[in-house]
Design a protein around this ligand. Structure first.
Ligand SMILES: Nc1ncnc2c1ncn2[C@@H]1O[C@H](COP(=O)(O)OP(=O)(O)OP(=O)(O)O)[C@@H](O)[C@H]1O
Length: 798
């Protein structure tokens, strides 16, 4: 029948409070037609289920049961009962429900864009909703008995988000208790438990009683359908091939989640995994596969219980999703982590998904080491949004690892034909449209991977710069620190030498460590520190040269990656989208032609032209996609080269960091030892000062002959040597001989006074040095802090 181009409004039907147009039929089921209607007063849109007037006794029972059950149900994932009324003109009962704009899941899955299943986000919404609905039914003791996409509605909420709702409770049953069994058979072939299939479809005696678990099998088939866009069990010849269908479902091994026969009496391809064309990330597939296997399981001891199903699904949908880009393969992968997992769990999951060992993992969130953003003890649920929303890259710091770009599962377009078979052509156009949607998805992915791959090189470079730039700044600080330390060491050395000499000259035996101090001051630690300081000076020079060369090399590499690959990524995607829309347009035309039934010559001409367009567009789309894929390979090559070089630079940067840490460690140690020397000095100086003071007073009180002191405190030969060679007492050089000759008390008093003055001055000198030292200590601490902040891992190489 050909359209005359005029749309006619159908006759109106009414119930007490609702009105609907008979042309607005939105669905037809075995027992009823469903219309879009409105409330007579409020105008609110609703779905009116008009039950078949010529219903059998069984159908009448099922209608009553559906209405009674629905009245008592109230859950966001179960269709709501609004009213039950009677059509005014016929007296037929109608059930009024909220209108679900998205139609049934069956209609949704029929759309070409879902030809390969739901994308990740929508799939998770569906999974959570169906679990919620079934768990609610279970809590009210109801089994649905006809779970399938046709009985799940897609409601679109105010935010545009899908809410899936179970509907059609015509086959549902209220059980008295959990284990209750029943005999009646309901359900839809493709989703039917094999035992029920045997009775309902094969009409064989088989099992007499069934329990609530039949819903689980149907649920498994439905989830599989949503995840892949196809039924799990497909036999050649479809519904008519009932024997093989029953055979595969009842004889399949545990773990098998799909079985396909493509030729008459042909082999069956069993599979324990989801197909490669499935759009879900590998990690989600891994989580969902055991659930599917547990649901579609005939062996009761291995089959999932409702509780297992609820627990598993709740755990899956509540997981935290972390997307990580892997420049080595130019692909990304997704982690599904528990909220209470920690950083180490991420590392383990990354290792299991990529094979990159824990110690070789460098996880960058943009240009920062992930560990500088989150603490290793933080729970993932507390992670900032930036981490859960992407922009994380994984580098393998083991640069020797060879990598390949990842491969994508391609799907062929169907064979085009000019035979003008209207039924077949619609199928062909529909398949082409699905394939076009699939390539659109892949193109977006490929283009995104190129972009992220280039970004990852940029981020890696910035990360290395982030390590090196502060070192550069610290270097000049450290140089200042080194010269300060040198000065301090000089002053401390002089002070200690002075004190040591005084101790020796005056043979202050009551001061027990005098010998030790003198030796320590003149030969020991100070000398070591001086040598160490000179060595560190040299090391600083070397770091400086190395660092400047490294920064220069990193700069040279800049900009090289951005020039490869698709230059205008959005253009590639929009071109593919345009081709896909054209293909979809052909499907619409072919659908119209099919409805016409037969075509006149001009329409045949149009039909053929459209078929030609279909072929052209498919080829055009494939060529754009192929171009993007080739570009991805080029980008991979460049990224591999550049990230390889940068990772070598990173290893060098880590060496610089280690050397820098040594320098800082040395200064820290120097600081401690100078402090120790100061303490020694102070102790000695105090004792000396006291002794000198005492002697000064004793001398002024004593007789002119003060030899007593000198006899007792004559310096040893070694001390005299030291005194001769190294010490100046103020303006006058004092030697042993001179001391003996200038032995009058006045002279001695003066000497003691001078010495105390000198000591005091030295003491003030060292105090200011110590002040400098404490300043140095502060800048040392701030360098350490910067180092920790900048490098994030003060323990050296990861
Ligand atoms: N609330 C609704 N909003 C929008 N469309 C609806 C709604 N309820 C039902 N439909 C559409 O009507 C179709 C038939 O509805 P329903 O499944 O309730 O009828 P049925 O006769 O019980 O079906 P079955 O053949 O499964 O027994 C659905 O597949 C769906 O496309």
């Amino acid at each position: 029948m050909q359209s005359n181009g005029k749309e006619k409004s159908g006759p109106l039907s009414r119930s007490e409070n609702y009105v609907w147009n008979n042309a607005d039929c939105i669905g037809k089921g075995a027992t009823a037609d469903v219309y879009m209607g409105r409330h007579k007063v409020t105008g609110e849109v609703c779905a009116i289920k008009l039950f078949n007037p010529r219903e059998s006794r069984t159908l009448a029972i099922s209608r009553k049961r559906e209405i009674e059950l629905l009245k008592n149900l109230d859950h966001r994932n179960v269709i709501k009962f609004v009213a039950s009324e009677f059509e005014l003109s016929t007296g037929n009962e109608v059930l009024v429900m909220p209108y679900c704009q998205g139609g049934s899941l069956h209609t949704v899955l029929e759309q070409p864009q879902y030809g390969f299943g739901f994308p990740e986000e929508e799939f998770l919404i569906f999974l959570g909703d169906i679990e919620g609905g079934i768990e609610y039914l279970r809590s009210t003791g109801i089994i649905h008995r006809d779970i399938k996409p046709g009985n799940i509605m897609r409601f679109i909420d105010d935010n545009g988000r899908s809410v899936y709702k179970l509907t059609d409770f015509g086959a549902a049953k209220q059980l008295e208790h959990d284990e209750e069994q029943f005999q009646s058979i309901y359900g839809t072939e493709e989703y039917l438990h094999p035992d029920m299939y045997q009775r309902a479809v094969l009409r064989e005696p088989g099992q007499q009683y069934f329990d609530a678990s039949v819903d689980l099998w149907s649920l498994g088939c439905t989830i599989y359908h949503v995840a892949t866009g196809q039924l799990p069990f497909q036999v050649y010849g479809g519904r008519s091939n009932t024997a093989v269908m029953h055979k595969i479902t009842s004889e399949k091994k545990s773990g098998v989640i799909s079985a396909i026969q493509t030729e008459p009496d042909g082999n069956i391809t069993w599979s324990t995994v989801l197909p490669n064309t499935c759009l879900l990330p590998e990690s989600l597939k891994t989580l969902i596969t055991p659930v599917l296997a547990g649901l579609m399981e005939t062996n009761k001891s291995k089959a999932y219980t409702f509780e297992q199903f609820f627990d598993q699904v709740k755990s899956i949908v509540s997981r935290k999703r972390i997307e990580i880009f892997l420049p080595a393969t130019c692909s990304y992968f997704v982690l599904y982590m528990n909220g209470n997992d920690k950083y180490s769990n991420i590392q383990e999951e990354v290792a299991s998904q990529t094979g990159v060992m824990l110690e070789n993992q460098l996880l960058l969130c943009r240009d920062k080491d992930l560990r500088t953003i989150v603490s290793t003890t933080d729970e993932i649920s507390k992670y900032p949004k930036i981490i859960l929303e992407g922009d994380i890259c994984l580098f393998n710091v083991d640069t020797l690892v060879e990598t390949m770009p990842y491969t994508l599962e391609t799907v062929p377009f169907p064979q085009f034909s000019l035979a003008c078979d209207l039924n077949e052509d619609v199928k062909l156009a529909k398949r082409s449209s699905s394939v076009a949607y699939y390539y659109e998805f892949l193109t977006e992915k490929v283009v995104r991977c190129q972009k992220r791959a280039k970004q990852s090189v940029f981020y890696l470079r910035e990360y290395i710069r982030g390590l090196l730039n502060p070192i550069n700044a610290w270097l000049s600080e450290t140089k200042k620190l080194a010269s300060e330390s040198k000065r301090s060491l000089g002053v401390v050395e002089t002070s200690l030498t002075l004190v040591g000499t005084m101790l020796s000259v005056f043979k202050l035996t009551p001061y027990k460590d005098s010998e030790k101090i003198a030796e320590f001051a003149n030969k020991g630690d100070v000398a070591n520190l001086k040598t160490g300081l000179a060595k560190e000076d040299k090391r600083i020079q070397e770091i400086d040269v190395y660092l400047q060369v490294l920064l220069e090399r990193i700069k040279e590499q800049e900009e090289n990656v951005t020039s490869v690959g698709c230059q205008d990524e959005s253009y590639c995607v929009s071109t593919v989208r345009q081709y896909r829309q054209t293909i979809h347009g052909v499907l619409t035309t072919f659908g119209k032609h099919k409805r016409y039934g037969e075509l006149h010559s001009h329409e045949v001409f149009i039909h053929k032209a459209e078929m030609h367009k279909l072929e052209e567009s498919s080829l055009g789309l494939l060529s754009v996609f192929q171009g993007c894929l080739d570009n991805l390979k080029r980008v991979h090559g460049e990224v591999k080269k550049h990230s390889g070089l940068l990772l070598k630079h990173l290893a060098r940067a880590k060496k610089v960091e280690v050397n820098m840490n040594c320098v800082i460690e040395f200064h820290r140690e120097l600081d401690v030892r100078l402090g120790r020397l100061d303490a020694t000095y102070k102790e000695a100086a105090t004792t000396l000062s006291q002794v000198l003071e005492r002697r000064s007073s004793e001398t002024s009180l004593s007789k002119p002959d003060g030899n007593k002191f000198l006899v007792n405190e004559k310096p040893s030969t070694r001390d005299v040597e030291v005194t001769k060679s190294t010490v100046q007492y103020g303006a006058t050089d004092i030697t042993d001989e001179e001391q003996t000759s200038k032995s009058g008390p006045k002279c001695k008093e003066k000497i003691y006074c001078d010495l105390r003055k000198q000591l005091n001055e030295t003491r003030l000198g060292t105090e200011s040095v110590m002040k400098d030292l404490s300043e140095n200590k502060k800048s040392l601490e701030s360098i350490m802090l910067m180092l920790q902040k900048g490098i994030g891992n003060p323990n050296g190489i990861t």
